[in-house]
Design a protein around this ligand. Structure first.
Ligand code: SER
Length: 316
């Protein structure tokens, strides 16, 4: 079988995605690309940077890659710290992967984000086709990236597929430098200190999703019959919507002693420019997307799994 290449393999999505891909297709068939290769993993692991096209080309040839999950990228908060770097990694990296996917006839997955939406977008049940005027560099790169993906599909027939990820909540990898990531940090705060200081204010409802659902949806989209894919920019992709205080209440059901304070900072403005809920009816109709985790179930699993991970780290 042709191999599957995953860039950003140690990130929040990659860390869970590679486990599921390995389970489905065999660990030898999933090649990980990362910046550091010191870690012990039971997958083929290559060191590389997505901006380095010739190294990428060598890896694709070496493993006879037929599918790429291109996950490497900077998030919203990191992108504001260094906008030129966000453009370089998110756009020039994507262009390299798009070109190589065309040359080597690979199927490609690339994640977009709710960050493509902006303050002028309808914020409730945001439709698939709507106003796209993002105000972060991250959102600008995601919007440009979506259009590039569609362009490569139209011009070169590249089988590229994409999802507009909401805030993703996971325990295997530490959270990245994003805005929705308070919803991951909060679990570390709860388990380590029984408290958390939230950088978004009460009432900030954002679209969110547990990682298991995100991985199921991502692989589901990649396995869908090409005839079912009607969107080649990026699909709206949604599960649950909540504000910080709703998550706090859920955590308190397990840990009544947990305390959360609110100190909104510059990240509040980013959150305020994004939708509260997303209409993903097109994904549900086209290729059968459905989510399984609601807020209580996600909270239960996060607390249980993160507790196990933290105690393993302590004893190791
Ligand atoms: N989690 C991302 C961020 O907040 C949203 O795509 O940057």
């Amino acid at each position: 079988m042709k191999k599957i290449l995953v860039t950003g393999a140690f990130g929040l999505v990659g860390s869970d995605l590679v486990v599921e891909l390995g389970r489905k297709y065999g660990h030898d068939n999933v090649v990980l690309l990362a910046h550091e290769t010191k870690r012990q993993v039971d997958f083929p692991l290559e060191k590389g940077d997505v901006r380095d096209k010739s190294t990428l080309a060598k890896i694709i040839k070496k493993y006879n890659v037929g599918q790429i999950y291109h996950l490497a990228g900077l998030l919203s908060v990191g992108g504001e710290k260094n906008p030129p770097l966000a453009w370089d990694i998110n756009i020039n990296g994507l262009r390299n992967v798009l070109d190589l996917a065309v040359n080597h006839k690979c199927r490609l997955f690339w994640p977009s984000s709710i960050a493509v939406f902006g303050p002028t977008t309808p914020r409730d049940k945001t439709p698939q086709h709507t106003v796209l005027e993002p105000t972060t560099m991250y959102g600008v790169t995601k919007l440009a990236g979506e259009l590039l993906c569609q362009y490569y599909f139209l011009k070169y027939g590249l089988d590229v597929r994409s999802l507009r990820y909401p805030g993703l909540i996971a325990y295997k990898a530490p959270p990245g430098d994003g805005t929705t990531e308070y919803s991951v940090h909060i679990f570390y705060g709860a388990l380590k200190n029984k408290s958390y200081s939230c950088f978004l204010k009460k009432g900030t409802v954002l679209p969110m999703m547990f990682i298991t659902d995100a991985v199921t949806g991502t692989i589901g989209l990649m396995e869908a019959d090409p005839g079912k894919i009607s969107v080649r920019t990026s699909y709206n992709f949604s599960a649950i919507n909540f504000a910080p205080e709703e998550l706090v209440l859920e955590i308190k059901k397990h840990m009544p002693e947990f305390k959360c304070s609110y100190k909104p900072d510059h990240r509040q403005k980013i959150a305020d420019s994004w939708p509260k809920s997303i209409d993903d009816a097109v994904a549900r109709k086209d290729w059968g997307w459905r989510h399984e985790y609601n807020l209580p179930r996600m909270t239960t699993v996060m607390l249980e799994k993160l507790k196990e991970k933290l105690s393993r780290m302590k004893s190791g």
